[in-house]
Design a protein around this ligand. Sequence first.
Ligand SMILES: NC(=O)c1ccc[n+]([C@@H]2O[C@H](COP(=O)([O-])OP(=O)(O)OC[C@H]3O[C@@H](n4cnc5c(N)ncnc54)[C@H](OP(=O)(O)O)[C@@H]3O)[C@@H](O)[C@H]2O)c1
Length: 235
Amino acid sequence: MESILITGANRGLGLELLKVFNSNAFFTFPVVRTEESAETIRAQFPYNCRPIVADLSEDKSINSIKLILENSTESLDVVINNAGISGSEYLIETLGTAEVNNLFNIHCLGPIRTVQACLPQLKRSNNPRIINVSSRLGSLTRMASGEFKDRGFSYSYRMAKAAQNMFTICLGQEVKRFNITVCAIHPGELLTRGRSTDANTDPSIAAENIYEWIGTIDINSSGLFVQPLVQDMPW
Ligand SMILES: NC(=O)c1ccc[n+]([C@@H]2O[C@H](COP(=O)([O-])OP(=O)(O)OC[C@H]3O[C@@H](n4cnc5c(N)ncnc54)[C@H](OP(=O)(O)O)[C@@H]3O)[C@@H](O)[C@H]2O)c1
């Protein structure tokens, strides 16, 4: 049985990913922030599911994840770094550095913490894959083209996703020696709580696409930035 760890799995895209992987015979490790969310997930997914409670904004989440994986599985096939938060300030005059710090903490340090916790088990998989859920708004190429100019997208989100993309590239090049594939994805404009004004896609459709695409990738795909089954993304 293949296994997957998904962060931010109690709602939005993460919950849809949990549904599709769990129903397709993956052993699932959803990472959620509260015991209450873990309890709800246990009730909804009684089989092949082991929730992990960890706040990815803190370093202690590394050990929380590590401990459960050590006690539950020899290997881990897929990690999806999905947890995220939105920013709000889009004018330099009103931009607070605390918001930028928060966004970098979740979108960049969160995936670093998760990967550090999962590395021992990933190394024992036959086809280990790390997928970082990025965004079209993290694409320097698309941002520089002016495509998103005057749309009111926050500094913090765009900066944090661009930095997360750099993490994806650096990590992919480093862990190739362990045969670990690392890719970034844009999931689409989703009808979730963290939606943009042009949201048009049910997260269950994005999750199905991501599931199918993940089944097709291996080390030769490392370094890709794509919207799964829809389009290649420019870095
Ligand atoms: N929605 C879109 O159109 C869109 C487009 C491009 C990219 N994305 C990216 O796709 C991913 C999922 O987005 P979404 O729209 O599904 O978001 P969402 O509905 O707002 O869900 C975000 C998830 O992240 C979790 N989370 C936030 N902070 C956390 C922390 N410190 N520790 C652990 N978990 C934490 C939340 O848990 P709680 O319930 O506990 O808060 C929640 O489960 C994000 O990375 C987002 O940036 C979304």
